[in-house]
Design a protein. Structure first.
Length: 221
């Protein structure tokens, strides 16, 4: 029963977080409070953090015997996951406008963007040319780096599901705003993990290898 309560609590937090950033809510608030809406992002961030604290507190009070302890040679797994997550966080931070993310830029410039760039344009460079949501990818990896008891596994599954749903909802808004530009971006770049990027690199490598072969061997292939 405690795991059911835990899952419900996490789902409730995720639902609240998504609802407060949904276009239906933000558009109505923007029309209702055209001047004060510039404070919405920073208030949203503060509410997200402070509402998460009791959820985390309850989660950590339910610690049980680990199902996966990452002991012995398996210690390399959380180290690798954490290292990749850190790289994604840092690389994402180099492309995202952190003032926009925090809500400070909205207060200064009195405008909001649906993307985390200073000029509200679509950025597809750097790590964003490898995965579309590097911070979500990092979040999915980092939650699995601690010892995994049933509480952690249940919470992690909800959180990872939330990242997937959140990314899908976010991309719907971006597709409306950027149209074909974003659709082409989706076609070129994977959402969370660099599958398409790896396929492209393998294809380039294979193409170069074929060029180095004699013409007769290329035909045999």
């Amino acid at each position: 029963m405690r795991y059911v309560r835990l899952v419900i609590l996490w789902i409730a937090w995720c639902a609240l977080h998504s609802a407060l950033i949904a276009p239906y809510v933000t558009d109505r608030l923007r029309r209702r409070f055209p001047t004060g809406f510039r404070y919405y992002r920073i208030l949203f961030n503060l509410l997200a953090v402070f509402s998460l604290l009791p959820v985390l507190f309850y989660t950590f009070t339910l610690k049980g015997a680990p199902v996966v302890a990452w002991a012995g040679p398996w210690r390399i797994v959380p180290i690798l996951l954490g290292s990749v997550a850190l790289l994604l966080f840092v690389a994402g931070g180099r492309r995202y406008d952190l003032l926009q993310f925090s809500g400070i830029r909205q207060i200064k410039q009195e405008r909001t963007c649906s993307v985390l760039t200073e000029d509200c344009s679509l950025d597809t460079g750097g790590v964003l040319s490898i995965v579309r949501h590097p911070w979500y990818s990092a979040g999915m990896l980092v939650v699995w780096t601690r010892p995994l008891d049933m509480t952690a596994i249940a919470a992690n599954l909800v959180v990872c599901g939330y990242f997937v749903v959140g990314a899908i909802l976010e991309e719907r808004k971006l597709k409306v705003q950027f149209g074909r530009q974003y659709a082409d971006y989706q076609r070129r770049v994977s959402m969370f993990f660099p599958i398409k990027w790896a396929q492209q690199r393998i294809g380039i490598f294979h193409g170069r290898a074929r060029k180095d072969l004699p013409v007769s061997q290329r035909r045999d292939q």
